[in-house]
Design a protein around this ligand. Structure first.
Ligand code: PMP
Ligand code: GLN
Length: 378
């Protein structure tokens, strides 16, 4: 049969993690922690399983989890979405993104996406018959050139996808960015899909500015987050979407036929665990310490680092070490130096290479130190 995505291969995360495993290299490529999630959270899963929470969860998500997401949203962003009509629990942010895109994109619709960008947006747009319209973030700081975005908006633009804090660059959008976005789409029916999975990882005293804090944007946005990032449980695949009732209704129509619902004991455990705010309140310090440690260990290396403003990723420019294409360089250092990273060209539709690798610092200090010791020798 002819492929619906002929140009799409295996994701770079799978490719680099497999190579890291094969080479027994230190894996700073795919984004996931190498330390365990909190023990009490694990205990809660066991408790809820034993108590019999092992059957289908309600389609929209366990009520207590939706309620607690709503409360957290109010504490963080000053707006309290209605748990019944505005909050939907999904199987990871990936599913929420899929459901949001599928809910709004019709054949011929254009969707603006900002590159480099996460790999889960464009293929889904295309599967809906939509057309991804790419705008590059501005080097060297990967800020958004809103004039450029404006030029790419047309009468066919259905949506714009933003991601802050940003994977892979660590860039963080400001309130001014959100104001510009709001001005840009005022008077249109363009919807925003805001990928905020790294909402609790912003450093140096800066704050994450959520679309949920912006009344104009909030009215026409899907805001997506992931418990995988916040609670060190990427393998659980629990995420959620917050959107106004009309958008939530459409998103749930998709969700009920993608997965229908998300594992009940995991939702129950997260619902209870998130009532204590300390974990996510401490997350910026927790990850900033790792970023700083990794950056410090790389002092004297020929990689050029601009400390990441958010996420658990650090970009490193390697043009003083090699002129190789970034994918080739990433594969070679996995084999020869024993450290795996993600080549950033994978986040551009035309595989543009700016000689950047992305390192994940969601790792123990031992892992980061061992990796850095190898990288400084390059
Ligand atoms: N969006 C971004 C920007 C991500 O980095 C990730 C995780 N790699 C996701 C979405 C997907 O999150 P989840 O694992 O919860 O599906
Ligand atoms: N979000 C993770 C990353 O950016 C990867 C998730 C995946 O492997 N699909 O590394």
């Amino acid at each position: 049969p002819s492929s619906k995505l002929p140009d799409i291969g295996t994701s770079i995360f799978t490719v680099m993690s497999a190579l890291a495993n094969e080479q027994q290299a230190i894996n700073l490529s795919q984004g996931f922690p190498d330390f365990n999630c909190p023990e009490p959270l694990i205990d809660l899963v066991g408790r809820y399983m034993r108590e019999g929470f092992n059957q289908y969860a309600p389609m929209a998500g366990v009520p207590k989890l939706r309620e607690n997401i709503s409360i957290k949203t109010e504490k963080m962003y000053g707006c309290r979405p209605d748990p019944d009509t505005e909050v939907t629990v999904t199987s990871g942010a990936t599913e929420a993104l899929n459901a949001a895109i599928t809910a709004v994109v019709k054949p011929g619709d254009e969707v603006v996406i900002l590159e480099p960008c996460y790999d889960a947006y464009a293929p889904v747009i295309r599967l809906c018959g939509g057309v991804p319209v790419y705008v590059s973030l501005a080097l060297p700081d990967f800020s958004v050139d809103w004039d450029q975005v404006k030029r790419r908006i047309s009468s066919r633009t259905r949506s714009i996808i933003i991601n802050t804090p940003h994977n892979p660059t660590g860039a963080v959008m400001t309130k001014q960015d959100m104001d510009k976005l709001a001005n840009l789409i005022e008077g249109t029916d363009i919807l925003v899909i805001s990928d905020e999975v790294y909402e609790h990882m912003v450093f140096d005293g800066q704050q994450h500015y959520s679309v949920l804090q912006h009344p104009q944007l909030r009215k026409r946005s899907f805001v997506i987050s992931s418990f995988g990032k916040t609670y060190h449980t990427t393998g659980w695949k629990v995420g959620y979407a917050v959107a106004p009732p009309v958008l939530t209704t459409e998103l749930r129509k998709m969700h009920q036929f993608i997965t229908f619902s998300t594992p009940t004991p995991l939702q129950m455990a997260l619902a209870t665990f998130m009532e204590e705010e300390t974990h996510y309140r401490n997350l910026p310090d927790f990850y900033q310490a790792k970023r700083d440690f990794f950056n410090e260990q790389l002092k004297g290396s020929r990689f050029e680092l601009t400390p990441s403003a958010g996420t658990y990723f650090q970009l490193a420019k390697y043009d003083k070490i090699s002129e190789e294409y970034d994918l080739d360089f990433a594969k070679r250092i996995t084999r020869e130096a024993g450290v795996a990273a993600i080549p950033v060209s994978a986040f551009y539709h035309d595989k543009t290479d700016h000689k950047h690798l992305r390192f994940c610092f969601a790792k123990s200090e031992d892992t980061l130190q061992a990796a850095a010791a190898k990288l400084v020798q390059l």
